[in-house]
Ligand binder design. Sequence first.
Ligand SMILES: [Zn+2]
Length: 105
Amino acid sequence: MNTLSECPSWCDREHLTDIGADQIHEAPLESVPVVAMSRTFPRGGALLRSVEATEVVVFAYQYVGDDETWIAVVEEELQRQRIEISLESARRLQRSLTALLDRIG
Ligand SMILES: [Zn+2]
């Protein structure tokens, strides 16, 4: 693997020699199967709900030369589901989700 001296410990990306074309450090992607709610509003019709099995990828990245780490949860194929937030925001979201899931069992 071609790492950079400044790679964070979690970076698993094979960097190109031309850093201008390869601007992020990236943690390995983790695929997670999910069931997602979808809503559509047909013209003149009632709200339609549908449930669909899909897959999201969870990963961390950081722009080369920047200190901020970003956490992404992205539906890889169609990108209809997408969360891309700072590391601190992800920790707040994690605490909130843990508390919610503990409350509802
Ligand atoms: Zn890197």
